[in-house]
Design a protein around this ligand. Structure first.
Ligand code: FE2
Length: 304
């Protein structure tokens, strides 16, 4: 199993906050953002690159990362459709995946859990797998389909999510899947060919051998392209928002960072994804609602 955080009751949240010494202010903020919207079984909240430090006041590239994640959590809960699940696609922690980073991260996402939204968490190159597992040990399930990797098969009403783990070395940029994970992916895709498959990695595919991001990207695309049930590849890492087609017709969706950006024109934010029978609607939600791209919508149609 992956790291999956199930919905949390108000009582459980209060207990956890007290144990963690999170204090009254945190609890108040969390519950101020509860959602009353009905759950939409086809809507997902897609987040990436939160880069949370232990210190909530930590600033990087002129961004207070905790404030960005709080704003995104509030926005997710303010939507008229409550998502059936949320994915947070790696680089959860600032740089080196410290235990205290994950403690703060866990507190910041708690309002999603108390809103009864299941959370699926992936790892990026600024996460630390063992410390992440240790920090979330109360919620983790020990059984993992790929040894020492954080992978998940998540069935949804109109598609299946395949969440992969490209973390190779903490705080080292390139990503790696490895043969065991690729073999697992191929087996799982073949076993679930009846529904559209949506594949998620933290690292971005460059499709350019001179600009390697996922070291075994060619092997990944050799698995994805011929399996026509694979409709889209979601990733983060580059802190860029873009949707571009692959030559084989699958969509490549670069999720924006919740945290800071590397290019001033790029937005910080998250993506609301709504599944249709033969495609998906993506809406960009910017942390800054005055950003020129806030609300941008992409209509995707699945390849045959
Ligand atoms: Fe990142």
């Amino acid at each position: 199993m992956p790291i999956f955080l199930p919905p949390l009751s108000r009582r459980a949240f209060l207990g956890r906050s007290l144990l963690a010494g999170a204090g009254l202010l945190v609890r108040g903020r969390g519950f101020a953002a509860e959602s009353t919207a009905p759950v939409d079984p086809h809507t997902w909240a897609l987040l990436s690159d939160t880069h949370i430090a232990a210190d909530r006041a930590k600033v990087n590239r002129n961004v207070v990362m905790a404030a960005h994640l709080e704003a995104v959590v509030r926005d997710v809960l303010a939507q008229s459709r409550r998502p059936t699940g949320a994915l947070i696609n790696g680089d959860l922690a600032l740089n080196t995946g410290e235990a205290a980073d994950y403690a703060t991260f866990t507190d910041l996402i708690a309002p999603l859990r108390t809103a009864q939204i299941p959370l699926h968490l992936a790892l990026g190159n600024h996460d630390h797998r063992e410390r992440f597992w240790a920090a979330l040990r109360d919620d983790a399930t020990a059984k993992r389909p790929v040894v020492d990797r954080q992978v998940a098969f998540v069935p949804a009403a109109r598609a299946n999510w395949f969440i992969l783990d490209t973390l190779d070395k903490t705080n080292s940029t390139p990503g790696l899947l490895g043969e065991a994970q690729l073999a697992w992916l191929a087996r799982e895709l073949d076993a679930h060919a009846d529904k559209p498959a949506l594949v998620v990695t933290h690292h971005n595919p460059t499709l350019d051998p001179a600009k390697v991001s996922i070291i075994d990207e060619a092997a990944l695309y050799a698995v994805l392209r011929p399996r026509r049930q694979v409709k889209a590849h979601f990733f983060g890492h580059s802190h860029v928002w873009s949707v571009v087609p692959d030559e084989s017709g699958l969509h490549r969706i670069n999720l924006p960072a919740v945290a800071y950006v590397f290019e001033a024109t790029q937005p910080s934010g998250w993506v609301s994804a709504q599944l249709a029978p033969r495609g998906m609607t993506l809406q960009l939600r910017c942390v800054d609602p005055s950003h020129r791209l806030h609300g941008e919508t992409k209509e995707l149609t699945w390849r045959a």
